[in-house]
Design a binder for this molecule. Structure first.
Ligand code: XMP
Length: 315
């Protein structure tokens, strides 16, 4: 049985011993990085610099909420708006693995720059077990290169610290609850963000569309859960499929993209089952998305595949 209290106590002692100077943590505001930042902050206090990067591929209002969270947790923090840089680096890139590698490298280079400016030697990341298992090693196949593992450049100037490396998501949540963190029940959000929820090139225009669609899916599902119409999925979001189909908008022909809805139940992200969403909730999501996104989207589909054979994210 995993003992969260013991893990917290041991981790803080180990981190205090291991980190001699200053450290920087890559902070997304999700469960993993919030647990990590809290543990390292308890171990070394303000010698930890918490950095949140707005990649442009964040969910609606996310970076603003992350800023509030960093303040609330009393962290020594910095916000970097790198959206233009990330958009430019993914221009014309369609292959999911190349996208992931470019994003991983961009993150590291930004963190290295911040570390250089502040004489920081250590980089803390909230990597958890499924991240490195699925990223492959000499023993396993690469399913996808998680941005914080397979996406890392081979040569890095900073030393990597990964306090949650051996934990699964359900265990990280137990630690978050024991630390009384406000994010303990948040759904996961991948580091590469909305860039891997757009099939093919992740242009700024497509990002705006999927950002709005994700926002609608989250809101409608959370409302339905609150009304007890359905069980809360483990993860729920939208994907933009840039394939055009014919539709009708008012009395005019439309030729727009497709949005896929994904909602899954899981324990540790290694396997998952698609969620049973009532048709009335799917109807609401479909109507809202097509109303709000107008002619850009004229078809909504629901993904009914489990993992395996599929994965949670589409890229
Ligand atoms: P997959 O798509 O591999 O996703 O079935 C399993 C879980 O991991 C999340 N995910 C990521 N998280 N960096 C992350 O921090 C990544 O590169 C990444 N790729 C997938 C995904 O959202 C799901 O919760």
């Amino acid at each position: 049985m995993f003992d969260a209290e013991k893990f917290i106590e041991k981790s803080i002692a180990k981190l205090a011993k291991e980190i001699k100077g200053k450290a920087l943590i890559a902070f997304s505001g999700g469960v993993d990085s919030t647990v990590c930042a809290t543990l390292v902050n308890k171990a070394i206090g303000d010698r930890l610099l918490t950095v949140h990067v707005d990649t442009g591929y964040m969910r609606k209002n996310e970076s603003l909420n992350v800023k509030k969270l960093m303040k609330q947790l009393g962290l020594n923090y910095r916000l970097i708006d790198a959206s233009k840089e990330f958009y430019n680096s993914l221009k014309d890139v369609e292959d999911p693995e190349i996208k992931r590698k470019i994003i991983g490298e961009r993150f590291i280079r930004l963190f290295e720059k911040a570390a250089d400016e502040e004489n920081i030697e250590y980089l803390v990341q909230g990597t958890i077990a499924p991240d490195w298992i699925e990223s492959g090693d000499n023993l396993r196949d690469t399913i996808k290169s998680h941005h914080n593992v397979g996406g890392l450049p081979e040569e890095m100037k900073v030393k990597l610290i990964e306090p949650l490396r051996d934990l699964y998501k359900d265990e990280v949540r137990k630690v978050a609850r024991a630390l009384k963190l406000p994010v303990s029940e948040r759904q996961p959000f991948p580091g590469p963000g909305l860039a891997i929820r757009i099939i093919g090139e992740a242009t700024p225009e497509r990002t705006e569309v999927v950002r709005e669609a994700c926002y609608i899916v989250e809101n409608e599902i959370e409302n339905a859960v609150e009304k007890k119409l359905m069980e809360k999925p483990w993860q729920y979001f939208a994907i933009l499929i840039p394939i055009k189909t014919v539709g009708v908008h008012g009395d005019q022909r439309a030729y727009g993209y497709t949005i896929a809805i994904r909602a899954v139940q899981s324990i540790d992200a290694m396997t998952c089952a698609y969620s049973n969403i009532p048709h009335s909730v799917l109807d609401n999501i479909s109507t809202k998305i097509t109303n709000v996104l107008g002619k850009k989207i004229n078809r909504i589909v629901y993904d009914v595949t489990n993992k395996p054979p599929s994965t949670v994210e589409w890229e």
